[in-house]
Design a protein around this ligand. Structure first.
Ligand code: NDP
Ligand code: 2IT
Length: 452
């Protein structure tokens, strides 16, 4: 069949939209990848013929289940949960669990799809998956969270395993939740294995897993700036979010001499014109992890800083931006504002934080723009290293892991540059580079398996 006989990009995207009604986030993620892959595949009949992109955009399976638990007042509560096992062509399904009221099947399908490309980019043998629930951990007691986690694992355990599917944390799932879920898995199966990552150091966790996503996104930013002979030092940085990824991105940027001006949560952002210090960042970590408080409290604690209710931080003039909260938090007009204010680089700590209009604006402006699947891969990469340590029943030293994280982020940068360089210019389209490099590895493995 001639290449021209294949469906075009628009027909493909419309087909995805039709087959996935009411799932806008999933369609958005597939469209962003398809825009680059259709161009790349133009003269590559083998990928067309085997319908590779169509197959990657159809999860291997979606497991959907009820999670019932009892709150502290004795009320019976019913939650929805899912595990989306997107693709295991290059390794066991791997990806986080998200607990947030906004979680839907569409959100988890987009995350599992993105994860497939991200995990391939790390160079480690991990397939793509994602899961979670519409459970809202905010305002819940430790005992309520424990009962919910145990109930969720009572169904999930039969679908996962160290060589099958290895979940980890994401929004609303940190060390506390992983502990409860790992404990329940062990109790149900009587097997102690590396079935979850992000575990406590006492029971098989890896050093620097907590820091890895935020640090990795900052290293990726550093790698991009280096291509233009620039560095983070002396530059102003705007960060959204105030959770695991945002606080560790703020920490690494500050260590490297950047001046971090903002953090945020779903209620608004704080602006600190003096810039953050390690002491201030430690205070935010304690606020979020121990007291489970709101970022607005920062403005009461640190004189000279301000809280802006109901707003995102993109209007604050900056050189560098790291969106580290959630999907579609940076829209087309925000991209315009950042560009007009002279922002030279954006590194996405979150997954799909920029909507398609924003992505197109950053691409057209030729700024240094790293999509989440490249920039935030440091977290899952160290999860991959945690899996290796668990299988070998050893733990590696911190210096070794720090070096591996930096090497992996540089490797991802190189792969993006290889496939995303614009011919005849020095410009690198990191979105295109990440999409093609991630696709190629998964696609070639799928071709080897024949029609499956
Ligand atoms: P946390 O739960 O630690 O923090 C999430 C932060 O984002 C909080 O400040 C939260 O504010 C804010 N946020 C969440 N949902 C919304 C929303 N709908 N609107 C506005 N703000 C929101 O999560 P992480 O830091 O782990 O995750 C942040 C992002 O990074 C996510 O996109 C996640 O998928 C991605 N990521 C995480 C990795 C990891 O290793 N943890 C790895 C790779 C990517 P509030 O408290 O008000 O909800
Ligand atoms: O989006 C992500 O890459 C994560 N939440 C981390 C996944 C993992 O398996 O460590």
């Amino acid at each position: 069949m001639a290449v021209t006989d294949h469906v075009d990009l628009n027909t493909f995207v419309e087909g995805v939209r039709k087959r996935n009604p009411g799932q806008p986030e999933f369609v958005q993620a597939v469209q962003e990848v398809a825009e680059d892959i259709f161009d790349f595949m133009q003269d590559k009949e083998k990928y067309h013929k085997a319908q590779i992109l169509r197959r990657i955009a159809e999860p291997d399976r979606v497991i959907s289940f009820r999670v019932c638990w009892e709150d502290d007042k004795g009320n019976i509560r019913v939650q929805r949960a899912w595990r989306v096992q997107n693709n295991n062509a290059i390794g066991p399904y791997k990806g986080g669990l998200r607990f947030h009221p906004s979680v839907t099947e569409s959100v988890l399908k987009f995350l599992a799809f993105e994860q497939t490309f991200k995990n391939a980019l790390t160079g480690l043998p991990m397939g793509g998956g994602k899961g979670g629930s519409n459970f809202n951990p905010k305002g819940k007691s430790d005992n309520e969270v424990m009962r919910f986690c145990q109930s969720l694992m009572t169904e999930l355990y039969r679908h996962i395993g160290a060589d099958v599917d290895v979940p980890a944390g994401d929004i609303g799932v940190g060390g506390r939740e992983i502990g409860y879920m790992f404990g329940q898995y062990k109790r149900l199966t009587n097997v102690f294995e590396g079935v979850l990552t992000g575990k406590g150091l006492e029971y098989g966790g890896s050093l620097i897993r907590t820091e890895a996503t935020g640090y990795g996104a900052t290293y990726f930013l550093q790698n991009m700036l280096k291509t233009q002979g620039k560095d983070i030092a002396g530059h102003t940085v705007v960060i959204s979010g105030s959770g695991n990824v945002a606080t560790h991105a703020a920490e690494k940027c500050t260590q490297l001499g950047g001046k971090v001006l903002t953090l945020s949560d779903s209620e608004g952002f704080i602006y600190d014109p003096a810039g953050m210090t390690q002491e201030k960042i430690d205070w935010v970590k304690e606020l979020k992890n121990k007291r489970r408080g709101r970022i607005s409290e920062y403005a009461k604690e640190f004189k000279g800083s301000e809280f802006h209710a109901g707003k995102t931080p993109w209007g604050v003039k900056c050189d560098l931006a790291l969106p580290c909260a959630t999907q579609n938090e940076l829209l087309g007009p925000d991209a315009d504002t950042l560009l007009n204010n002279g922002c030279i680089a954006v590194s996405e700590g979150a997954n799909m934080p920029t909507n398609l209009e924003g992505v197109h604006k950053f691409k057209a402006a030729n700024i240094l723009y790293a999509p989440g699947k490249a920039a935030n891969a440091g977290g899952v990469a160290v999860s991959g290293l945690e899996m290796s340590q668990n299988s070998a029943r050893i733990s590696w030293k911190e210096e070794e892991l720090q070096r591996l994280l930096q090497d992996i982020m540089s490797g991802i940068h190189e792969r993006c540059a290889e496939y995303g360089g614009k011919p005849g210019t020095k410009v690198i389209d990191y979105v295109r580079g990440a999409n093609i490099a991630g696709f190629k590895k998964v696609a070639d493995a799928m071709l080897a398996y024949g029609i499956t």
